[in-house]
Write a protein of this length. Sequence first.
Length: 299
Amino acid sequence: MAKKKWAGTTYGNGAMHRWLIRLLRVVDVRAVYAFAFVFVIPVCVFLPGFRHSYRFFRRRMGDGRLKAFVRAYANHCLFAQAVIDKFAMYAGRNFVISMEGEEHFYRLASQPESFMMMSSHIGNYEIAGYSLRSTQKALHVLVYGGEKESVMVNRDRMFSLSRIHMIPVSEDGSHLFEINAALSAGDIVSIPADRIWGSPKSVSVKLMGKEARLPMGPFRVAVLLEQKVLAVHVMKEGARGYRIHVTPLAYAADAPREEQLRQLAASYAAEIERILSLYPTQWYNYYDFWNDETDSTLH
């Protein structure tokens, strides 16, 4: 994985976000999609993120130049929809949600022990927080601490309707104590595991045919605290639909700790590959994940 910081913030400022929420209360979400496709996405073609998306399709997916460009463009259109849908939910709009593997979540949620969910920047994970709910356990979601205030306020308002709490990543590492406290209380902790955050320590995995580096923290916490782990991805299907994929991540309980960590990270990487095989244009990864820029020039 490239040693670059992932900013993790939503584009725009507070005034723009408030305006978008008000607009989505009265305008069909598809009209806002159309505006983004015509006036916003063409500009993105000239930004660095588009180059990284194009590179992903060329080098990891093996696409030809035209197909890679088309899929990179589609990727940006879907990302715009994911952002708009988030604000549509803030505005009170609902989407049709279907689930695959939800029995794994509800089985663990019905037990007294805590468990962890691992996500990635694939699909629209925030919608999972509004859909996967437990009456027995609180859900604690690790979020980027530098996110825009307007987004954090709306998240807090939406999450307050259920037992969902945000844990902002902090520079002093205090979020680690909150994670430990939540798991000690028998609750659920959700952590993104495809971006290095906090500690620079990482674990090497094979991902899409090439070595990549994932943050060690989420996997080490799970192994040290002997947690059951689910991978959760929320994927766009049609203008008004999403499908939640819930998959258990396996590692051998009797293996040495370091081997358990590697097994869990490999299981997570395999699930990312599976999801991308189904939804190749929904990984919103806009930096050089594999350090491909050092291989050769983009073509």
